[in-house]
Design a protein. Structure first.
Lengths: 143, 143
DNA sequence: TTCGTTGTAACTTTTTCTGTTACGATGAAG
DNA sequence: CTTCATCGTAACAGAAAAAGTTACAACGAA
């Protein structure tokens, strides 16, 4: 599976902002966040832009600009983050449509789709069980 | 998510072999299977080679060669197939290690790993609930 | 010996994520 | 009303994996 790190980085960024704000700061810059994640600030801005569209983050422009949480860490689940940044499903059907004249080729798509929907539902239930507050608690416990 | 169709194609191939054998044939060739999946025979051979390593399929060489199931369709779950062809996890941690001097950068890896293990477990449970016999039944029902 | 099929290497194409550079837009501060 | 730090975003390069393709040696039943 060509796994990606988008959910990890998004959770990292939001958790970082949450902790930073909890320590009395107004806004966090993409450069600060990128320094913690160890990546390029543009990568962070792109991800946070998607999270803003989903109503999880907010940004200010101009001098003293930066990023804030739109809601408390406890009100953001990993499912919220996942849905904000991963539009596609985990499993895909055939790249090219299978032979419709073959019984299996004809029926396999709907059959697998039904299974994949159950899998996505289970995955969603699991991601919904953890909030970013839980993540931050684990992070601070490890320190 | 960079979804891939490997599980779909593998399930398709095994189900096709199962149905073909059930209709009285000894072996199925990669060319026949590829015609149903609508792909290149080498793609099928590569996938089936991995399934053979996992003990799900068998092959004969020489003239009249081809592929057979190593066990009945009812004894193969989608989890078996998934494990045979997908070595990696669904979610990845950071590509480059985050800043270890930052509290979040230091603790986020273990925290997310714990979550991802729960997610993979849920995904496995769900895939284990469906056998290829179930898939074939759905396929034939749709015909 | 023939011949159809597997086994596998090698290469190309496609796709997605990631990293990087560049620069206009914004808006608070002075 | 100028300055300047930061966002917003386009554009492109690089990396990695899946998928497609070609080629050919190895095999083994007939």
């Amino acid at each position: 599976m060509s796994a990606n790190s988008r959910l990890t980085v998004a959770a990292h960024a939001l958790t970082w902002i949450g902790l930073y704000q909890r320590r009395g700061h107004e806004v966090a810059t993409s450069e600060q966040i990128a320094a913690s994640v160890n990546t390029n600030p543009v990568v962070i801005r792109r991800l946070l832009a998607e999270l803003r569209k989903a109503g999880l983050a907010e940004s200010q422009r101009g001098a003293g600009a930066g990023w804030m949480l739109a809601r408390d860490l406890a009100a953001i689940t990993l499912l919220d983050v996942y849905r904000a940044i991963e539009p596609g499903p985990v499993f895909a059907l055939h790249r090219a449509a299978p032979n419709p004249e073959c019984v299996v080729g004809h029926g396999i798509g709907p059959a697998m789709t039904a299974v994949y929907e159950q899998v996505e539902a289970a995955l969603s239930r699991e991601l919904a069980r953890t909030t970013l507050e839980d993540v931050l608690r684990d992070v601070l416990k490890a320190a």
